[in-house]
Design a protein around this ligand. Structure first.
Ligand SMILES: Cc1cc2nc3c(=O)[nH]c(=O)nc-3n(C[C@H](O)[C@H](O)[C@H](O)COP(=O)(O)O)c2cc1C
Length: 216
């Protein structure tokens, strides 16, 4: 019920944004305001995203992979998005590989909003003191997720989830923050009155981003 109300609020906000005469000026601040809300509010349609990376497989082929992550931080000043992960997880192999793209792609979409946002950018992996505040703000139950003896993706003999032998002392070491420095945002809205697509490109205009309509 809560989600439906939030989807409705979001959908109406998106609709009125894209129909206003000054939509191009209003879009970029609106997107960041919603991303910041998404990082604070579990019921927001952008609290969860699909995060895509590219890695080389054993044949040397580039293979994309996607997974759901929680949007943990969005900063309109630095234009960054954060997610938390286990440093030992498979996605880190692609994020830490030299010579690959150095970029990730976020996809925000929830059925009921009719709006899709794709965001791409370069990233940085944060560890150590830089993430003290993130670790302190993480609830104990979530800290436990980083405490498994075996890394995420390791084979198990039972359904324990690997938590049975968890070692909390190592959890802090396994925890990291991946920060994306946004280069482009691509917003698509589907509506019977006419679909709309808008792009914000910070590579063309670093100060405010160049904003324009695209063929949906
Ligand atoms: C609702 C939901 C939220 C998730 N949030 C995160 C997250 O914030 N960080 C994370 O590393 N994995 C998260 N996961 C798990 C990932 O989707 C993925 O299964 C896991 O990280 C292993 O991915 P990898 O093998 O590509 O590294 C989440 C899964 C679900 C279903």
């Amino acid at each position: 019920m809560e989600e439906r109300t939030e989807d409705e609020r979001f959908r109406l906000g998106l609709q009125s944004l894209l129909l206003r005469p000054d939509a191009l000026e209003a879009a970029e601040p609106w997107l960041w305001q919603e991303l910041e809300s998404g990082a604070r509010d579990r019921s927001h349609p952008w609290f969860l995203a699909s995060l895509s990376t590219v890695a080389k497989d054993e044949c040397g082929d580039l293979v994309p992979s996607s997974r759901t992550v929680v949007l943990r931080g969005a900063d309109t000043v630095t234009r960054t998005l954060d997610f938390y992960t286990d440093y030992r997880s498979s996605k880190m192999c692609s994020l830490l590989s030299e010579g690959l793209s150095g970029s990730v792609c976020w996809l925000f979409y929830r059925h009921g909003t009719q709006g899709q946002l794709r965001v791409d950018g370069r990233y940085e992996v944060l560890r150590g003191e830089a993430i003290d505040s993130h670790w302190c703000d993480t609830p104990d139950a979530s800290k436990g997720l980083y405490a498994t003896i075996d890394p995420p993706g390791a084979t198990l003999q039972d359904v324990s989830g690997g938590q049975a032998d968890a070692d909390l002392a190592n959890a802090r070491e396994n925890f990291c923050v991946v920060r994306t420095f946004v280069k482009r945002m691509d917003l698509v809205w589907l509506d019977s009155s006419g679909n709309r697509r808008l792009q914000v490109d910070y590579t063309a205009d670093a100060s405010h981003g160049s904003v324009g309509w695209l063929v949906p």
